[in-house]
Design a protein around this ligand. Structure first.
Ligand SMILES: NC(=O)c1ccc[n+]([C@@H]2O[C@H](COP(=O)([O-])OP(=O)(O)OC[C@H]3O[C@@H](n4cnc5c(N)ncnc54)[C@H](OP(=O)(O)O)[C@@H]3O)[C@@H](O)[C@H]2O)c1
Length: 296
């Protein structure tokens, strides 16, 4: 029998995501050790070939690559602080959702103990892990990323965004902000049509078609935002304002709260008030981040 050439991996945290990560490592042939605070979440993984251990210390000692997928920043410290001394000759990858400042703080905590640290953001739900469409964003130690890239690729496409450990998290949350606001826009529309008897499901079908048709225009909008020159006009701010005024009025008439659509109109109004009404509607971006832009 030949020994496995696959990296040994430990997964700390067997919530829905941690279990999916561990299952992907096992399926790819990595000798996988698992640990969870509460018992009872390891049976399926053990049946698949993972080794379940009772303590974090045993779990960390078992592998070259230690992946944490816990609840939040505090729980990462709670679990890892007592074993910091054991991590120095291993690679630590934190896939717990952590704010950029939290990721940077963990990177400093790790650096103080010579722990090679990579932070990651998972752009997938558990069912997608290891499947096409799963993407993970990383930043922090390039040494860890390069040394363990193959293992990390078993979870989904692995992309590295630089030495600042907070960058992956920032991009992760920026992407999620777009997702949450898109859903909120759908909720708003569904609330508008509720009283005429259109189900949220039917409205969801119609919204999905319209949004899918609109989404490919995002990079072109971004290209204009990147230049900061809004003189090439696809749709002027005044046109967008007329549409938003009508939507706000129709929402009011339908008894729908303006918490979602009101601030969107506000972005446009601020640019028009500053004298930019004839410019392209992408200029609404400038209401959000009016500081001088840094080079991209
Ligand atoms: N699920 C998703 O779709 C998804 C997508 C992207 C990113 N993520 C991120 O992945 C991470 C895990 O998500 P999940 O879906 O697996 O969450 P989950 O099902 O709620 O599991 C949370 C895990 O954290 C552990 N935990 C919580 N507090 C702890 C503490 N103080 N000490 C030790 N362990 C603790 C839990 O252990 P117990 O079993 O003992 O409670 C459990 O293993 C989160 O940061 C989440 O934001 C999840």
């Amino acid at each position: 029998m030949t020994a496995s050439t696959h990296t040994t991996v430990t997964v700390l945290g067997l919530g829905a995501m941690g279990r999916a990560l561990a299952a992907a490592f096992v399926a790819a042939g990595h000798p996988t050790t698992i640990w969870n605070r509460s018992p009872g979440k390891d049976a399926e993984l053990v049946a698949q070939g993972a080794v379940s251990v009772a303590t974090v210390e045993e779990a960390v000692r078992a592998s070259a690559l230690v992946v944490a997928c816990l609840f939040d920043h505090e729980s990462v410290h709670e679990v890892l602080d007592p074993v910091g001394g054991l991590l120095a000759d291993r690679a630590l990858v934190n896939l717990t959702s952590t704010e950029p400042a939290g990721a940077r703080e963990l990177a400093e905590w790790a650096a103080a103990q010579d722990i090679p640290y990579l932070d990651g953001g998972i752009m997938a739900v558990p069912a997608m892990i290891g499947q096409p469409g799963s993407a993970l964003l990383y930043s922090g130690s390039s040494t860890v990323f390069e040394a363990h890239r193959e293992a990390l690729e078993t979870l989904g496409t692995a992309e590295y965004f630089g030495a600042d450990a907070g960058r992956a998290s920032l991009i992760d949350f920026a992407l999620l902000s777009g997702m949450y606001v898109m859903f909120a826009g759908y909720y708003h529309g569904a609330a508008m049509v509720r009283d005429i008897g259109m189900s949220a499901e039917e409205f969801g079908n119609r919204s999905a078609s319209l949004l899918a048709a609109m989404l490919p225009s995002l990079p072109a909008a971004g290209a204009q935002i990147d230049t900061g020159d809004y003189s090439e006009v696809f749709q002027p701010l005044t046109f967008t304002k007329a549409a938003l005024d009508a939507i706000v009025s129709a929402s009011r008439d339908a008894g729908v709260d303006l918490d979602i659509i009101g601030p969107v109109r506000n972005l446009v109004d601020r640019q028009i008030a500053a004298g930019h009404g004839a410019q392209s509607s992408e200029r609404a971006f400038e209401s959000l981040n009016p500081r001088p832009r840094t080079a991209i």
